[in-house]
Write a protein that binds this ligand. Structure first.
Ligand SMILES: Cc1cc2nc3c(=O)[nH]c(=O)nc-3n(C[C@H](O)[C@H](O)[C@H](O)COP(=O)(O)OP(=O)(O)OC[C@H]3O[C@@H](n4cnc5c(N)ncnc54)[C@H](O)[C@@H]3O)c2cc1C
Length: 573
């Protein structure tokens, strides 16, 4: 039987987006709103803590930057699929977020004159990556968490794994969840919900993501009937360390690093001569793959051929001061000192531009559910995100979602939505009967590994219809085999065997969904690059994909792109 826990607001996911929303609710309500903060890991272990390079904001209008320039860079970077009203709102608010965090104690890197330092980043035509060395996400998380601890009206449900978003009468009524530390089954109820569960990058084998980033929030929302928007756009970051996939931040190139092929050439002059190593990520990832395919890369382990990220000309002082984490990681993982040697890198799965569809206020189609951060698609990044715009998005739209939920609670005098008993019982059975008691012959860990290899191979930097279709068939086959898994650990406390299987079930659903959307979009735009449809096709495809699950079937519909200031033009750098 479930234990009921009742709150005003349920915050599902406590990375940057979830924490920023919680802080907003706490401070605006003066600690009068009772919040549940739910996370499958301890708060500081959210993937946001891994963000390295920086957070975008216009802080230097007097020195030449402007809101319009940041907006234009973002729209052009998105290959014109971003909603321009969202972009405008975002660039207007992100500077305030940097200053707020400064006031809350965040130790931003500074210039000699004491002002906040900003470094260049790919696709941005002005240096606007605000940073704390190369540990930006970690200190942002710490500052928000510290700030939240000044308030009292919240309950920390960490190491609590959510399995279902329960919706009754068109409203969210509870999050169904397992307390991993005790095995207790919980119904975490509230008057509204924020989904802030991050990305889905563990769909891929070669990825920068923490192993915990399995798209659970996407999958739960999808099953609850919410559409996922633009899921085919998956970003590959140009510099994943070979062979682990650990991110070598774009800050390396922002500080002046070069990319070189096996002949020592800075090959980016062939692909984006005006921006070179600071072109947007989709363009550089394609350039690297082209070099590798044409035989200009180095042979790597397990087919992970690579090119070089060269920092040797930057000198010890700059590397130690601005990129200390990069040096620590390459020394620990490869015994390689970037002051003296080049770093082996290749494109790596890094970010999902798509996510749970929301309006410009972060609200979904279910009236008391909001989504923010990487899990959401407010449509800021379109077909390709610019580096540093994601942490900024988490802050801006996390804050907005917090504010909006508060308004909702105030204006509507909301009652706690009813939670029918049968619904809860069914959700409980899904975990403890349907999943935990499976005793088939398939090993769920092997299925997850196979899935990730399929996605690496079939839905990578370059795609084509035949490969996508073959990938889709393989994933459907894995889904069938998954019905026959065996779970060996039958205990309730810290049952990682059960949790990992639930995650794998989510990943399988999302893989199928992503492949269907990718197959459907017969053009090349941003990160979605098809060999069989090599051109961007605005006539037919200047529109957002929406995928909905209804009665077990995935259905695709479309939504127009909001274009206000900038008509699409050829995207050249
Ligand atoms: C290595 C790396 C470096 C990056 N560097 C930068 C950068 O420099 N600048 C930039 O702008 N962006 C960067 N990004 C992207 C950016 O960091 C992320 O998009 C952003 O931090 C995501 O934050 P979030 O709040 O949406 O989710 P996350 O921080 O991923 O948090 C997700 C939360 O959801 C919870 N959760 C998920 N599933 C469940 C479940 N089933 N039950 C309970 N809880 C659950 C998790 O426990 C966690 O609390 C980087 C990403 C990576 C991977």
């Amino acid at each position: 039987m479930a234990t009921n826990r009742i709150h005003d607001v349920v915050i599902f996911g406590t990375g940057l987006a979830g924490l920023r929303a919680a802080v907003e609710i706490a401070r605006q309500s003066q600690d009068q709103v009772d919040m549940a903060l739910v996370s499958k890991v301890q708060i500081m272990r959210a993937h946001s803590g891994c963000a390295e390079g920086g957070t975008a904001a216009v802080l230097r209008e007097e020195e030449g930057d402007s809101y319009d320039l940041h907006a234009w860079d973002t729209v052009k970077g998105s290959d014109f699929l971003a909603d321009q009203d969202v972009v405008d709102r975002f660039v207007g608010i992100s500077p305030r977020e940097i200053r707020l965090l400064d006031h809350w104690g965040l130790p931003w890197s500074r210039r000699k004159d004491g002002r906040i330092y900003q470094r260049p980043f790919g696709g941005h035509s002005y240096p606007r990556a605000t940073m704390a060395a190369d540990k930006t996400g970690f200190v942002e998380m710490q500052t928000l968490y510290d700030t939240l601890t000044r308030y009292k009206n919240w309950t920390n449900y960490h190491e609590v794994f959510a399995t279902d978003i329960l919706v009754h009468d068109g409203k969210f009524c509870a999050l169904s969840a397992i307390d991993c530390t005790t095995g207790e089954y919980l119904a975490i109820r509230g008057k509204c919900l924020l989904i802030a569960t991050g990305g889905l990058g563990c769909l891929y084998g070669f990825t920068t993501y923490s192993q915990t980033v399995t798209g659970d929030g996407h999958a739960l929302a999808f099953r609850a009937g919410l559409p996922l928007e633009d899921p085919e756009f998956l970003q590959f970051h140009p510099t994943g360390l070979v062979p682990s996939g650990i991110l070598m931040t774009e800050g390396c190139r922002g500080e002046g690093g070069y990319l070189r092929n096996k002949n020592g050439d800075r090959f980016m002059d062939k692909y984006a001569a005006s921006r070179m190593e600071l072109a947007p990520r989709d363009i550089i990832s394609r350039a690297e793959m082209t070099e590798i395919i044409e035989g200009n890369g180095m042979d790597g382990p397990n087919g992970l051929d690579y090119i070089y990220l060269d920092l040797t000309h930057l000198g010890a002082e700059k590397i130690n001061h601005r990129l200390p984490l990069i040096r620590e990681v390459t020394m620990k993982f490869l015994g390689l000192d970037p002051i003296k040697e080049s770093i082996p890198v290749r494109p790596v799965a890094h970010y999902s531009m798509g996510g749970i569809e929301t309006d410009i206020n972060g609200r979904t189609r279910i009236e008391n559910i909001w989504a923010a951060g990487e899990a959401a698609c407010v449509s800021l990044h379109g077909a390709n995100r610019l580096g540093t715009n994601s942490t900024a998005e988490c802050l801006v739209f996390g804050g907005i979602a917090g504010e909006e939920m508060l308004k909702y609670l105030k204006t509507n005098r909301i009652e706690l939505p009813e939670l029918p008993n049968e619904m809860l019982l069914e959700a409980e059975n899904c975990i403890f009967k349907n999943m935990l008691e499976r005793n088939g012959s398939e090993n769920p860990y092997i299925l997850r590994e196979e899935l990730r290899a399929i996605m690496d191979f079939h839905a990578g930097v370059y795609r084509d219809g035949k490969e996508l279709e073959a990938g889709l068939n393989k994933v459907r086959n894995l889904k069938e085999r998954f019905q026959n898994i065996g779970i060996h650990d039958r205990s309730r406390v810290y049952n990682t065997n059960l949790i990992n299987s639930l995650e794998t079930e989510n990943l399988l659903l999302l893989a199928e969904m992503l492949l269907i959307a990718a197959l459907n979009r017969t053009e090349s735009r941003g990160a979605h690059s098809r060999r069989d449809f090599t051109e961007r096709n605005d006539k037919e495809w200047l529109k957002h994909t929406l995928v909905t699950l209804s009665e077990g079937k995935m259905r695709i519909t479309y939504k127009p792109v909001t274009i206000s200031k900038w008509k699409p033009v050829e995207r050249k750098y």
